[in-house]
Design a protein around this ligand. Structure first.
Ligand code: ADP
Length: 155
């Protein structure tokens, strides 16, 4: 049976840190579904379509990757996809504290396991929210985000 893992996130934008977690995930699992969460309460800097196109461009032609937007609970999406596993990246102890709570809740409500990969040290400072700030203020984000020219602002 093929092992499918879901890598959920806002990916606003999808960074080289995310990219590395996906590539390492593929060394362990047969397929990674990159699940782009859509939370109506959140204001995204980059449009949904451009976030999807951007991630597609990075993994162009790889049939062991799927990119899917979703709304609602991550665990419900994971079940719908017939995967029982969630992949997340850990950069530091704040990520750990946050992720531990979510992983324990996900296990309690839907029996979903979470798998964590530690970021490589060179990528651990990469943070989507800091990248949004740099971009909003006219800075260059190309060293943190592959194909950053494909990202378009929300209307
Ligand atoms: P969320 O809004 O759900 O936290 P993000 O898009 O910010 O979504 O992140 C998705 C996942 O990627 C999370 O597990 C996060 O910890 C991880 N992540 C974010 N940046 C990095 C990075 N530089 N290296 C490794 N993992 C990262």
């Amino acid at each position: 049976m093929s092992k499918i893992v879901v890598f959920p996130g806002s990916f606003d934008p999808f960074t080289k840190g995310h990219e590395e977690i996906v590539n390492r995930g593929l060394e362990i699992f047969d397929k990674v579904i990159i699940a782009i969460g859509e939370n109506s309460q959140k204001n995204y800097l980059f449009s949904r379509e451009s976030r999807i196109n951007h991630i597609e461009s990075i993994f162009d032609g790889q049939d062991n990757i799927e990119i899917k937007p979703f709304t609602g609970l991550t665990v419900d999406f994971v079940k719908k996809e017939k995967a029982n596993l969630i992949l997340r990246g850990l950069r530091n102890s704040s990520d750990f504290n946050f992720e531990r709570t979510i992983a324990q809740m996900n296990h309690a409500i839907q029996d979903i396991e979470s798998i964590f990969l530690m970021t490589t040290p060179e990528l651990s400072a990469i943070n989507s929210s800091v990248i949004r700030d740099i971009k909003k203020n006219g800075g260059d984000i190309s060293q943190f985000v592959t194909n950053d020219h494909l990202l378009a602002y929300n209307e």
